[in-house]
Design a binder for this molecule. Structure first.
Ligand code: A2P
Length: 253
C-alpha cells in the first residue's frame, strides 16, 4: 500500500479502515477481516465505544504493533483531562501508544491550551503524532499561529459532493494531511450515474472509484464496512489510475 508523509517525519498508510458505527463482536470481526485483507491503518475514537474490540482484533491478528497505524480521538467532554483520556483509550486498546491522536471536534477557543497538552502527550511518546478533526480553516489558522507544532492531520467529512476545496487546499499547502471520513457518503452516493459510468469504464465499483479519487488527491480515505466482501473490495484500489479528465469530472460532482 502507498504511504503519505506526515509532517512528523513518519508515514501514514494512504487508506485506513473506519470503525464508526461498528460495535461489539461485529467490530472485532470486521477489524480482523480488514487486517487479514491487508489494511494496516485503523481509525477509532473514544466516542465510538469500540476501542476494546479494535485492540483485541489487533492483538489476535498476530501482526507486529509497529506495522499497524492506529488512530483514536479525544472527545470534547474530556478536553479538561486529555492525559487521563488518552491513557484510558490506550488501556482499552491494550497499547502503549497510538500513532495519531486527534481532537475529535473543535469547541470554542479551548484548543490552544488543549493543543499544548497534546504536544506534551506527544513528547511523552503516548501519541506519535497529533492532529485535529472537523476543523475549519479559521480554527486551523488560529492554532497554527499560536502553536509550536502544526497538526499532522485534519480529518473531515469528504466526498466529491461534500468537499470544502479551499479547506483541503489550505491543509495541503500547510503540510497537513487530509483524512476523509464517510468517503462513500455513508453508502448513499454509490448509485450516482456519473460514478457508475466511470466505474464501469475502469472495471471497478463506484466505491472503488471514490476511494481512488481520494488517493489521487493525496487524501486518506477511511471507508467503513461490516461485510468481508466490501472490506476486500474497498482495499482493491491500488491497481488502477483515474485519468485527469475523469478526475475533473468526479471533482465537478
Ligand atoms: P456495510 O457496513 O453494511 O457494508 P462510509 O465509509 O462513507 O461511512 O460508508 C459506509 C457505508 O457504506 C456503510 O453503510 C457500509 O455498509 C456501506 N459500504 C461500505 N463499503 C461499501 C461498498 N464497497 N459498496 C457498497 N456499500 C458499501
Amino acid at each position: 500500500m502507498e504511504k503519505f508523509p506526515l509532517n512528523t517525519g513518519a508515514n501514514i498508510p494512504s487508506l485506513g479502515f473506519g470503525t464508526w458505527q461498528l460495535h461489539g463482536e461485529g467490530c472485532y470481526q470486521a477489524v480482523r477481516w480488514a487486517l487479514e485483507t491487508g489494511y494496516r491503518h485503523l481509525d477509532t475514537a473514544r466516542i465510538y465505544g469500540n476501542e476494546e474490540q479494535v485492540g483485541r482484533a489487533v492483538k489476535d491478528s498476530g501482526l507486529k504493533r509497529a506495522d499497524i497505524f492506529i488512530t483514536t480521538k479525544l472527545w470534547p467532554s474530556d478536553f479538561w483531562q486529555p492525559a487521563r483520556a488518552l491513557k484510558a483509550s490506550l488501556a482499552r486498546l491494550g497499547l502503549d501508544y497510538v500513532d495519531l491522536y486527534l481532537i475529535h471536534w473543535p469547541r470554542w477557543s479551548a484548543e490552544v491550551k488543549l493543543w499544548r497538552d497534546l504536544e506534551e502527550l506527544r513528547h511523552q511518546g503516548l501519541a506519535k503524532a497529533i492532529g485535529v478533526s472537523n476543523f475549519s480553516q479559521e480554527l486551523l489558522t488560529k492554532l497554527i499561529d499560536s502553536a509550536a507544532t502544526k497538526p499532522a492531520v485534519n480529518q473531515i467529512e469528504l466526498t466529491p459532493y461534500h468537499w470544502d476545496k479551499p479547506l483541503t487546499d489550505f491543509c495541503q499547502e500547510q503540510g497537513i494531511v487530509v483524512e476523509a471520513y464517510s468517503p462513500l457518503g455513508r453508502g448513499n452516493i454509490l448509485k450516482d450515474p456519473v460514478l457508475t459510468r466511470l466505474a464501469n469504464k475502469y472495471a471497478k465499483t463506484p466505491a472503488q472509484l471514490l476511494l481512488r479519487w481520494n488517493l489521487q488527491h493525496t487524501f486518506v480515505p477511511l471507508p467503513k464496512s461490516g461485510h468481508q466482501d466490501r472490506i476486500k473490495q474497498n482495499f482493491d484500489v491500488f491497481d488502477f489510475q483515474i485519468d485527469p479528465a475523469d478526475m475533473s469530472l468526479v471533482d465537478s460532482l
